[in-house]
Design a protein around this ligand. Structure first.
Ligand code: ADE
Ligand code: ZN
Length: 338
């Protein structure tokens, strides 16, 4: 392990942008297909990996939804979550706020409660085994309509005590945040936090909608904010956390090369950027690899890496006391790294 790798793995950090279905590794996909007697259109783990060449978000989503088809039982969701947390813990993640896409499962006849019970079991195991805490964020699929999102919110209601917030994901262009203004208002009225993917492929106008119509507490991706100086100034002034995903940006062609990645420009502009893995099984790396790859490509300083890790706790949905505890652990780490 290089000095940089060791520094990154040892750095206490939170992961704020992780789709649990996007952490389904080909090996587990194969195992679950066998266990559940589900046919998958791949002959081997290698064939699955070879299919992971995407030219845009939709290319990826088509494969991601097909892969999720092997997830059937509570045990499957528990195994999926625990596999992610095991990787995350090894990467030095102390806290994770994970997305799940219930509609991907309920539309296949898998009960909402099966998904919840499985994920919560994995989360409890992770806390017991690794001391890794986590929260759940329910994402609405934006390619579906708002009535479907309302139906999902109704199914979630009895679980509100176990769900930190709602999010918005899937195909961005053509599905602006405005389409979900009423369901986000209902979620907010129920006391849930609100986040949304915006500005990954969609224009800055979608980020304004996420802010003004969805009243988001955190912005997922947000790369295209950089096209609008007034928007950047506003995001910085409001202290809005951006959950940036470097390897995802590379694999989905949001950036041509990691050498062009704007992570350090975001920090220089005063944006509260964080580093996350998005769908690590599909994009070639978990959170430490995202830090490492972009640190190397952009020549990030240790100070920048510490700032990114601090931002991950400040932007989390932990209590102020919990945030202070994690920030203090970063201060101790920084002091020992001298
Ligand atoms: N679902 C899983 N990953 C996603 C991403 N990066 N953008 C939109 N929807 C997603
Ligand atoms: Zn995402």
């Amino acid at each position: 392990m290089t000095d940089l790798d060791a520094f990154i793995v040892g750095l206490p950090k939170a992961e704020l942008h992780l789709h649990i279905e996007g952490s389904l590794e080909p090996e587990l996909m194969f195992e679950l297909a066998r266990r559940n007697r589900v046919a998958i259109p791949f002959a081997s783990v290698e064939a699955i990996r070879a299919a992971y060449a995407f030219s845009n978000l939709q290319d990826f989503l088509d494969i991601y939804y097909a892969g999720a088809n092997v997830l059937r039982t509570e045990e499957d969701f528990r195994d999926l979550a625990l596999a992610y947390f095991t990787r995350a813990a090894a990467d030095g993640v102390a806290h994770a706020e994970i997305f799940f896409d219930p509609q991907t499962h309920t539309d296949r006849g898998i009960p909402f409660d099966v998904v919840m019970r499985g994920l919560l079991a994995g989360m409890a195991d992770a806390e017991a085994r690794f001391g890794l805490t986590s929260k759940l964020i329910l994402c609405f699929l934006r390619h579906l309509d708002e009535d479907a999102a309302f139906a999902t919110l109704a199914q979630a209601e009895k679980w509100f005590g176990q769900i930190a917030g709602v999010g918005l994901d899937s195909s961005e262009v053509g599905h602006p945040p405005a389409k979900f203004a009423r369901v986000f208002a209902a979620a907010g009225a129920a006391g849930l936090k609100r986040v949304a993917h915006a500005g990954e492929e969609g224009p800055p106008a979608y980020i304004y909608e996420a802010l003004d119509l969805l009243h988001i507490d955190r912005l997922d991706h947000g790369n295209r904010a950089l096209e609008d100086a007034a928007l950047v100034e506003r995001l910085a002034r409001e202290g809005m956390t951006l959950t940036v995903c470097p390897l995802s940006n590379l694999k989905l062609c949001v950036v041509k090369d990691l050498a062009d990645h704007p992570i350090d420009r975001m920090l220089a502009l005063g944006l509260a950027a964080t580093i996350n893995s998005d769908d690590p099984a599909y994009f070639g790396g978990y959170i430490a690899e995202n830090y490492r790859a972009v640190a190397q490509a952009r020549g990030l300083s240790r100070a920048a890496l510490l700032r990114l890790a601090r931002n991950s706790f400040t932007g989390s949905f932990l209590t102020e006391a919990e945030k202070a505890h994690h920030l203090a652990s970063i201060d101790v780490y920084a002091a020992t790294q001298g």
